[in-house]
Design a protein around this ligand. Sequence first.
Ligand code: TYM
Length: 325
Amino acid sequence: MQRVFSGIQPSGEAHLGNYAGAIKNWVRLQDEYECIYCVVDLHAVTESFDPATLSQRTLDMAITLLAAGIDPERSILFVQSAVPEHAELTWYFNCVAPLGELERMTQFKDKAARNRQNLNVGLLDYPVLQAADILLYKAELVPVGEDQIQHLEFSREVARRFNKRYGDIFPEPRPLLTPGKRILGLDGQAKMSKSLGNTVSVLAGPEATWDKLRPAVTDERRVRRSDPGEPEDCNIFTIHKAFTPAETREELARGCRGATIGCIDCKRVLAEHIERELAPLRERYRALAANPERVREILATGAGRCRAIAREVMGEVREAMGFLA
Ligand code: TYM
């Protein structure tokens, strides 16, 4: 069975972009692949964070993933910092990773502009750690949103450079995308992102979700209700792709193109389908949050399984690089 790996930062509550672009796909892929999913706390400390709340946020993200349907009987769920080999492999990769490409990464440039006060080496090295996450398990498939494509390309480059120098150890991982691969914030300006504060949390109830959806930007052609629009240019329609059945979506698309429905109507249908899917998630979240010991056990088991794989791969890596055994 091919191996899937993906990760999410515990830097805030998971939002509709995370869900549409990644988490929903993670759940689906469990049927077909050996899946490893990770809460990447080592990545989260590259930007300013509060040490007093990091562990709780990490646990909350793990609970969200379990509530979304990650099944610890079928997949591995763990926390990155519990497997020190991620950091070790990052170091070896640092010594083959091209500096120029790291400096050109769009996320690095964006984050560097935002973090002038805390422009640390970790922020630049972030994609190297991401490559180590994936390749430590020799994962071939990586379900992510579109914003991670550049990092994935970089992981492939690291694998190629390492293999060329030390022998054929790592596969070149490929991204797996969804129709909701790029959800914009509700202001329609930039990607929906935890660090930009333009998100709708998957844990928000129906009222809070509606308060954000109602004023959300749609296709700009629809100034008046009688103006026809193009659903493919509408962020609300992109979100529909993650939540609303195809038949209903086609009906909405016809209504939008023919101006027979308004954007508010379209948003109401979206809110309904979001609630249908996320109400049970919130219910499971509450049940799991009441039993954090169980969640810690799941994460400890996951970390144990990962360490066993990591030890083996690192043995191969150290031997290939010629370290004294
Ligand atoms: P993070 O925590 O920013 O996001 C987690 C996942 O959600 C996707 N995503 C989106 N998809 C569509 N529209 C959006 N607006 C949106 N915002 C986020 C992301 O693409 C991602 O798949 N670097 C990664 C974490 C990571 C990782 C890895 C991923 C660390 N190591 C190894 C894959 C493999 C990140 O920042 O995720």
